[in-house]
Design a protein around this ligand. Structure first.
Ligand SMILES: *[C@@H]1O[C@H](CO)[C@@H](O)[C@H](O)[C@H]1NC(C)=O
Length: 194
């Protein structure tokens, strides 16, 4: 009888420790396809590679981005200098807009270049999936949006990304003349093991 109880409780403890495990190096129930821990589990920082697709949509029935300030006169057909966009953009697992939503990018960007399309991005990327649900990254920096590849700095984060630093390499996947764009993000994040 005692040994049955013992077996029951050790099984229960195993189940509890498996379901509360936050070790992303192992395949836990809450691990995700779009983010992978790269570090070995020792060292001062955790290193995570995160990949998602950002959908910045101005058109259609459900726009996620809207221009809130118009460009300075004389720049509306060139660099849009002075324009400000507010966005609440879904982040998905693949380039397909109907693929799994893993978070949202909320914030704004402003056209800060007079003679080139250069955006100052100031956005919070809040995740809603798996081990990253409730955690966020703050990305602030220059985005020369017409370049095929750009790099933006990760200035911080919350949740599992508290005190984070890192960088995002981004590539436009599709874009149209009305401003709709799908952008691939490949983010490398270092966060201290707190
Ligand atoms: C993502 O970024 C990492 C680190 O910079 C790089 O090693 C990897 O090849 C990139 N992957 C893709 C799909 O761009």
């Amino acid at each position: 009888m005692a040994s049955h109880h013992h077996r029951f409780y050790s099984l229960l403890l195993t189940v509890i420790s498996l379901t509360t495990s936050r070790s992303w190096a192992q395949a836990s129930a809450r691990s995700v396809n779009w983010a992978k821990r790269l570090d070995s589990g020792s060292g001062p920082d955790t290193i995570t590679n995160i990949q998602f697709y950002f959908h910045d949509i101005f058109t259609g029935n459900h726009p996620t981005a809207t221009r809130v300030v118009h460009p300075v006169p004389g720049f509306s057909h060139t660099t849009f200098f002075g324009a400000v966009v507010m966005a609440d953009d879904p982040l998905t697992e693949s380039a397909d807009p109907s693929s799994k939503v893993v978070g949202r990018a909320q914030g704004m960007y402003a056209a800060a270049g007079r003679s080139e399309v250069s955006l100052l991005m100031s956005m919070s990327y809040g995740f809603t999936d798996g081990d990253y649900d409730g955690s966020s990254l703050s990305i602030v920096g220059r985005n020369r949006a017409l370049d095929p590849t750009r790099e933006l700095p990760v200035l911080g984060g919350t949740g599992v990304f508290r005190m984070a630093r890192g960088y995002a390499v981004i590539n436009t996947v599709t874009a149209n003349a009305r401003g709709d764009a799908v952008v691939h993000y490949n983010v490398t994040v270092y966060a201290p093991r707190l």
